[in-house]
Ligand binder design. Structure first.
Ligand SMILES: N[C@@H](CCC(=O)N[C@@H](CS)C(=O)NCC(=O)O)C(=O)O
Length: 312
């Protein structure tokens, strides 16, 4: 198997989700630090458009979105399980809620006046304006939800998480599963990057103890790589052979067609390529990049749009 290369940056909550999963599964990995806002020319060489963080690279295969990255890591290293037999469906359902509703609520709360002041005080002053514009553009210009509305919702969600922890040390049982990693990362951001507002956890001590248990999993990358090295590896490899797979055609788009795939919401820059696979759970595109060579890009179905490209 090619080495795992995680393209991330330190304060990315979704990257933290994957860093924790890699630690829990004791998988060695290499880190490439990517810019935390556009432009990202080296990321684009690998993805052809997708701009969100993190992405995971194995040779000339790039996996986009942490939901799909978790499926891949479960495949590479089945134990300990992210989807334990007793909680397969519910783990995914709680994770989807956490990666969307809980995440956006937590971030609206974190970026209230106190949290934002603390976060931006650590950023180079000339980066703050471009960063806030980048995130606003990612939301399609929509303002963040009001932090006061978010505060009430966040506190309710923290009580729900505390309720789940009343009978076992992790959300759905004795060991962490996908639900824990997804619920962890937005709260980790509150604690680590906007600690001035982390008093929000005081009403739910069970949540604090669980955060400590999650944080105790070590998360050190094997090596820090430069983007050039990762692109050179992609260029030197062929994409992995695609296994015999079910083709589930929901769109009337045949394999071999030129298509675009884009996130449904936030960071909707499309990736264009040739549709190579459309299984029950994910899509694969082939694209050729002048720097990275022939790549396979993998996206989950849920949360992404597939469109045929009209012939010129
Ligand atoms: N559903 C996506 C969400 C990823 C996401 O929103 N990541 C944030 C960082 S935590 C992002 O891409 N921010 C903009 C950027 O890094 O350019 C996933 O699970 O990977």
């Amino acid at each position: 198997m090619s080495d795992i290369i995680l393209h991330h940056y330190p304060f990315s909550p979704f990257a933290e989700k994957i860093r924790r999963v890699l630690a829990w599964k004791k998988l060695a990995w290499n880190a490439v630090e990517v810019p935390n806002m556009l432009p990202k020319p080296d990321v684009m060489a690998l993805t052809g458009g997708y701009r969100r963080t993190p992405i995971l690279q194995l040779g000339a295969d790039v996996y986009c979105d942490t939901a799909l990255i978790c499926d891949l890591l479960e495949h590479l290293q089945p134990e300990p399980a992210l989807y334990p037999a007793h909680a397969k469906g519910i783990a995914r359902v709680v994770a989807q809620w956490a990666d969307t509703t809980l995440f956006t609520t937590a971030m609206a709360f974190n970026f209230g006046p106190r949290g934002a002041a603390q976060f931006y005080s650590r950023m180079a002053p000339d980066r703050v304006g471009p960063f806030t514009q980048d995130r606003s553009a990612m939301r399609g210009g929509a303002p963040r939800a009001s932090h006061t509305d978010a505060a009430g919702a966040y506190k309710s969600y923290l009580r729900r998480i505390a309720n789940m922890l009343e009978t076992h040390p992790f959300l759905l049982g004795p060991q962490p599963c996908l639900a824990d990693f997804s619920a962890y990362h937005p709260l980790w951001f509150t604690r680590t990057h906007t600690g001035d507002v982390a008093g929000v956890f005081d009403a739910t001590p069970g949540v604090k103890d669980w955060l400590d248990r999650m944080a105790a999993l070590p998360a050190t990358p094997k090596a820090q790589w430069g983007a050039e090295q990762a692109i050179a590896i992609a260029a030197s490899c062929e994409p992995a052979a695609l296994p015999e797979q079910v083709f589930q055609d929901e769109h009337g788009i045949a394999l071999g067609s030129r298509v675009t795939i884009a996130s449904e919401s936030s960071g909707t820059e499309p990736t264009e390529g040739v549709l190579m696979a459309a299984t029950r759970m994910h899509y694969t595109l082939r694209r050729v990049d002048p720097r990275a060579g022939t790549m396979h890009l993998h996206f989950p179905r849920i949360g992404y749009t597939l469109r045929a490209v009209a012939a010129a």
